[in-house]
Ligand binder design. Structure first.
Ligand code: PLP
Length: 381
């Protein structure tokens, strides 16, 4: 792994070469503890989504703080984290490619693995892959569409699919029916809390309908898993979800910061930054050395931390910042100055970097505590 362009543990924050992906680890740990306390206080299991951080060191901290394991979305993410020591992984996504299913089954022979399904064909392919690993088992969640219109079967079809899973149960097959996957990605960034609350309420009604469909098939539904940073507090209140999968709460990003606060939910702090440096200065703008190869703009531009600067444009290696009209050009930073960017969207920003620079003591005067590899970076298969 190429760590040449990052700082070394012990160095001051000023020494971090730019652009760099930096964790304010004090803020991250407060977020970690706040979510763990919320889940424990509501008697919910916490299985944070590691597709966000893609890092085994962080997965370890989450499990040490009480998480039952982590979620990932991709087969190769699961493999990368398992190789780095993560031993309880839920692929909260459909995998239907036979070669990938063979890899999932091989993982399930060594660590605890779960997976989501939303088709009979997918269930049968998974069962076929598991037959090549006699004695191994895998937990299987039937995904229902709770309003996003992405993956998942209709609530009324959950019973039939659960039945299909159970038809491949031990001792003849390796599939253990584990319950329902119910995640509403489309609701997480609705700005008004009442809109997220309404989406969560609707999702809960669909979960109950799916549970009824499963029990009508004579099958018990052990667990409902789902929830994200935007809806978890509403989801928790319904009493149908037993496990939360939130990911972004740990780092936060500009898109989540733009959500109105959720009553009763912890306020998470910004913990992920891209450190950049002013490389050029015009009469009314500055240019920093981190473009969208260093911070993802799919959810909109980054925000500048503690500066009255707005993002004017972003290109591959440059972000152009201009002073707010009220502040004027005098507020522009100088050549060589540091500018901390709050990424628009944390997940794809992380995927652009090979490692985190972990800073203890704040961004003004802190020190580099560690460099954490992002083992699952680029794991898209
Ligand atoms: C299936 C699933 N669960 C949980 C999450 C976590 O959501 P968030 O990062 O918004 O907390 C995601 C994110 O996209 C997801 O796809």
């Amino acid at each position: 792994m190429n760590l040449r362009h990052v700082s070394r543990p012990g160095e001051g924050v000023d020494a971090i070469e730019t652009p760099a992906l930096v964790i304010d680890v004090d803020a991250m740990q407060r977020n970690l503890v706040a979510m763990a306390a919320f889940a424990a206080g509501h008697r919910l299991r916490l299985r944070p989504h590691a597709k966000m951080h893609k890092c085994a060191a962080i997965a370890r901290l989450q499990v040490e703080a009480g998480a039952v394991g982590v979620c990932v979305q991709k087969t190769s993410e699961a493999e990368a984290l398992a190789a780095a020591g993560t031993c309880d992984i839920y692929v909260s996504n459909e995998v239907v490619d036979r070669r990938k299913l063979a890899r999932i089954a091989a993982l399930a022979a060594h660590i605890r693995v779960a997976i989501a399904v939303d088709s009979a064909e997918g269930v049968d392919r998974l069962a076929e892959a598991m037959r090549a690993q006699p004695g191994a088992g895998i937990d299987v969640f039937v995904e229902i569409d709770v309003g996003q219109g992405r993956c998942g079967v209709a609530a009324a079809a959950a019973g039939a699919l659960a039945h299909r899973v159970v038809s491949h149960a031990p001792p003849d097959g390796g599939l253990r029916f584990a319950g329902l996957q119910a995640y509403h990605g489309g609701a997480q960034h609705r700005r008004a809390a009442v809109e997220r609350e309404a989406a969560s309420l609707h999702a809960a009604a669909l979960v109950r309908a799916a549970q009824a469909s499963i029990t009508a098939s004579g099958i018990a539904c052990p667990l409902v898993t789902g929830g994200g940073t935007g809806t978890f507090a509403f989801d928790a209140a319904h009493g149908v979800w037993g496990e939360l999968q939130c990911g972004s709460y740990l780092f936060m990003d500009r898109d989540y910061a733009d959500n109105a606060a959720t009553p009763g939910a912890p306020r998470f702090e910004q913990a992920l930054f891209v450190k950049s440096q002013v490389m050029s200065r015009g009469a009314a703008h500055v240019v920093v050395d981190a473009g969208h190869k260093a911070h993802a703009v799919d959810s909109g531009p980054p925000r500048v931390w503690r500066h009255d600067l707005d993002v004017k444009s972003v290109s591959d290696e440059h972000t152009v910042l201009q002073a707010r009209p009220a502040s004027g050009a005098a507020s522009l930073p100088g050549i060589g100055d540091t500018v901390w960017l709050i990424p628009g969207h944390c997940d794809p920003t992380v995927n652009l970097h090979s490692s985190y620079v972990v800073v203890r003591g704040g961004l003004d005067a802190g020190r580099v505590e560690a460099i954490w590899p992002i083992e699952a970076r680029g794991c898209l298969t």
